[in-house]
Design a protein around this ligand. Sequence first.
Ligand code: MG
Length: 377
Amino acid sequence: MTDIAALIVAAGRGARAGGQPKQFRKVAGRSLLDWSVTALTQEAQIELVQIVLPAGEEIGFPPSSRIATPVEGGYTRQVSVRRGLEALANAQPDFVLIHDAARPAVSPGLIRRVIQALRDGADAAVPLLAVSDTLKRTGRDGWQTVPREGLHRAQTPQGFAFGKILKAHAHHRDRAVTDDMALAELAGLKIASVPGEELNVKVTTAEDFSVVERILSRPADIRTGMGYDAHRFAAGDHVCLAGLRIPHDRALEGHSDADVALHALTDAVLGALGAGDIGQHFPPTDARWRGAESSRFLAHAAALARDSGAEILHCDITIVCERPRIGPHREAMRNKIAEILAVEVGRVSVKATTTEGMGFTGRGEGMAAQAVATLRF
Ligand code: MG
């Protein structure tokens, strides 16, 4: 049983001036379809990708184990989506993300927001952008200005509870719609919206191709931050480390829970953002943070990163102490940090070292931790 599947609609025949359908045209070295498939397969939560193609076409790049055999689309987008959903029915996914291949610049953050909205209980999740241009209707009756209040542009991927959208598609075959959310509306599903992105352009015109070429060929803006923290041992029966409570014959002293690993990592993320340090965001003089769980500090830094449009690519922490032993807790620590940062666990590394009896950690006076975090903007 699959938890989350993605359906990529690439069945259009639309070709300007008789060329190949646009989803097979290359921008920045790859086809629109390849870019879209790559964006969705890079999200670890998506286990299976179903592509819908025009009859007689092939995907044009090497398949991977997570890509199902493509199915043939129909005359309209709606028919193509329904065929794709029917092909996915055997895998019984809980959720499906339906994405147009013509949106090749979809970001990891947008994909995750859609998934999160579904996990939070929505039947359907749609990325929306408010309309900021003034709208004009022109026609036989002359010019009219259309109030833009409450108007939004809907993007893809749109996410759905699989069984419900499959049923809505089967039920409303005769209602022509231009996106799947319209069927969710007809079916009265519980719909949530998430912020869309201007860069998630739908490629339609020749001008769109040059816009998306510029977006996809921009050099990656990668930044690395580092953090260091140390806390003194005091009397106690456990230490808080990387978000876990670990039994020990001492405790770490500090204003918060004194979690050196999360403090170092929080500073590393803030460092990559150029956003100061943990003490500025959570002053020790502020009573609110007395005994606070340090996971809140790290979650705050991760939220700042997301708000800046940055993706946390990787983090690496080294915990420095003679005792307690870190090895037995390492995997649990990685999982906890991945959960706090909302990244896959493969992007989190936790290491430990002693200082062979030297220095304050060697003498058992306290613990220290170092961290680096790498972010892509
Ligand atoms: Mg600290």
